[in-house]
Design a binder for this molecule. Structure first.
Ligand code: AMP
Length: 416
C-alpha cells in the first residue's frame, strides 16, 4: 500500500535517504523500495537497533547498508562498521552492495573470509577501512594478530544469524561482540527466530524495532512452481529432458542436491551428457567456488549444482530456473532455494523432483507455502495430500527419511 503511494522518483528520498544514495540506488536499477526497506530504513536512520526477520533476497542488505552509509557520510576515521555474515559468498555480496550504494561517498569497505591468503586482508586493514564485512572465523584470527581494532565501531550488523547458529558460529559471534563498544547501533537479521537467536538478540540489541517480512509472499516468489513425480533413478533422465525442452526454456538453472556427493555425481553426469555444469559446495576450494560462480554468471555454465549452505545468499541476477533435484527435508529451505529466482521483478520458475520417499517433504512444503505446486505431468498425489501418513509404532508420524512405508504400499489395497 505505502509502496504504491510512493512516487517512483522520490520513493527512496521519502524514506529519508540523501540524494547521493538515492542516485546510487537508481543507478542500480531500483525503482521502489522493497517492504523491508520501507519498514526499516526510517528507523535505522533515526539510530534505533533493529531485529529483522527477513531472509536474503528481500532487499535487506540495502535496508541496513543505505542508512549506515548515510550516518557515516563525511566521516573517514577508521573502522566504524562491522558486518558479520556466515558464508564467504554472502560476505562478498554484502561488500559489493556497500561498494555499489556507497560509490561517491568516499567510504572504503573490505571483505574478509577464510580459505584465502591473509596477507591482502592484513594489508587492507592496516591501510584503514571504514566498513568491514567478515565471516567470524577469519575475523577472530586477525583479531588475534592484533590487525583488527573494533574499539571505534559504531555500527554492528549480524546477518543471517540463524545460519550462524547452524554453522556453530554463535560463540565466535559473542566473542567478537565483546570487543565492540556498547554504545553502538546494532542490527540483527535472521530468516527464522529460534530461541537461541532470541536470547542472543536480547543480549546485543537495545530496545530494538522488530521488523518481519513474510518470506513467501514477498517479491521473491517465482512465477511458476511445479513438481514432477519421479523415482530417484529416473531423475537424471527427467532433468536432461527438461533441459532439452524448448517450451520450458531453461536458460540458466541452479540445481539443488541434498548432499555434496550428490552434487559432484550429478555434475559429472551432466558433463557426460554435454551440459556445461559445475558444482558449488563446502568441500570445494574458495577459488573453485568463485570460478564456478563467475562462469555461471557470465553464462558459460548452464547449470550450477549446489547444496543448501553453499548456495545460501548467492545472488545471481536473471536466473531463469531453480531445480530441486532433491527436495529439502526442511520446508524453509525450499523457500530459500526458490527465492533465488524470480527476483526484483524478473520472472523465474521453480521445478521440483519428488520421489516416493520425498512425498512427505512435499506435503510439508505445500503446507508452509500454503500453495499447491503445479503438476505439469500429473502424478499420484493421493498419498502426498492425504494427511494419513503412516504412523510409527509409538503413534507419532514417521520421519520422512525413515525407511519408507510407501514403497511397500502397492501390495495393499487403496482406500477409496
Ligand atoms: P538482498 O536481500 O539484500 O540479498 O537483495 C536481493 C536482491 O534484490 C539483490 O540483487 C539486490 O540488488 C536487489 N534489490 C534490493 N533492493 C531492491 C529494490 N528496491 N528494487 C529492486 N531490486 C532490489
Amino acid at each position: 500500500m505505502i509502496q504504491k503511494t510512493l512516487q517512483r522518483d522520490n520513493a527512496f528520498a521519502a524514506l529519508g535517504l540523501s540524494r547521493p544514495l538515492c542516485n546510487a540506488v537508481a543507478d542500480a536499477g531500483y525503482e521502489t523500495p522493497t517492504p523491508i526497506q520501507i519498514k526499516a530504513i526510517p528507523d535505522v536512520l533515526s539510530g534505533r537497533d533493529l531485529l529483522g526477520c527477513a531472509q536474503t533476497g528481500t532487499g535487506k542488505t540495502a535496508a541496513f547498508a543505505l542508512p549506515i552509509l548515510q550516518h557515516l557520510a563525511g566521516h573517514r576515521r577508521g573502522l566504524r562498521v562491522l558486518v558479520l555474515a556466515p558464508t564467504r559468498e554472502l560476505a562478498a555480496q554484502i561488500g559489493a552492495s556497500f561498494g555499489t550504494y556507497g560509490r561517491g561517498t568516499g567510504l572504503r569497505q573490505h571483505v574478509i573470509f577464510g580459505g584465502v591468503n591473509k596477507n591482502p586482508q592484513r594489508k587492507a586493514l592496516r591501510a584503514g577501512r571504514e566498513i568491514l564485512v567478515a565471516t567470524p572465523g577469519r575475523l577472530i584470527d586477525l583479531m588475534g594478530e592484533g590487525v583488527v581494532d573494533l574499539s571505534r565501531v559504531t555500527h554492528f550488523v549480524l546477518d543471517e544469524a540463524d545460519r550462524m547458529l547452524d554453522m556453530g558460529f554463535v560463540r565466535d559471534v559473542r566473542r567478537i561482540v565483546r570487543e565492540i563498544p556498547r554504545d553502538r547501533q546494532t542490527l540483527l537479521f535472521s530468516a527464522t527466530m529460534p530461541n537461541e537467536i532470541r536470547t542472543l538478540a536480547s543480549e546485543i540489541l537495545r530496545d530494538p524495532l522488530h521488523v518481519a517480512v513474510d518470506p513467501v509472499s514477498s517479491t521473491r516468489e517465482p512465477t511458476s512452481q511445479a513438481v514432477y513425480f519421479v523415482e530417484k533413478k529416473q531423475k537424471l533422465d527427467l532433468l536432461l529432458r527438461l533441459l532439452d525442452d524448448r517450451d520450458i526454456d531453461i536458460e540458466r538453472a541452479l540445481v539443488f542436491t541434498r548432499t555434496k556427493h550428490g552434487a559432484n555425481k550429478l555434475t559429472k553426469q551432466l558433463g557426460n551428457a554435454h551440459v556445461n555444469a559445475a558444482a558449488i559446495h563446502g568441500n570445494k576450494s574458495q577459488a573453485a567456488r568463485e570460478r564456478a560462480l563467475a562462469g555461471f554468471k557470465r553464462g558459460q555454465l548452464r547449470v550450477l549444482v549446489a547444496t543448501d549452505i553453499a548456495a545460501r545468499g548467492i545472488d545471481i541476477k536473471e536466473l531463469s530456473h531453480v531445480i530441486n533435484y532433491d527436495l529439502p527435508n526442511e520446508p524453509e529451505s525450499y523457500v530459500h532455494r526458490v527465492g533465488r529466482t524470480g527476483r526484483a521483478g524478473l520472472t523465474g520458475a521453480a521445478i521440483s523432483f519428488c520421489a516416493t520417499e520425498e512425498r512427505l517433504y512435499l506435503r510439508d512444503i505445500e503446507r508452509l507455502t500454503n500453495r499447491r505446486l503445479d503438476r505439469p505431468e500429473g502424478g499420484d498425489d493421493r498419498r502426498t495430500e492425504s494427511p494419513r501418513a503412516p504412523k510409527a509404532r509409538n503413534g507419532s508420524p514417521r520421519a520422512p527419511n525413515a525407511r519408507n512405508d510407501t514403497q511397500r504400499r502397492p501390495r495393499r489395497r487403496r482406500r477409496r
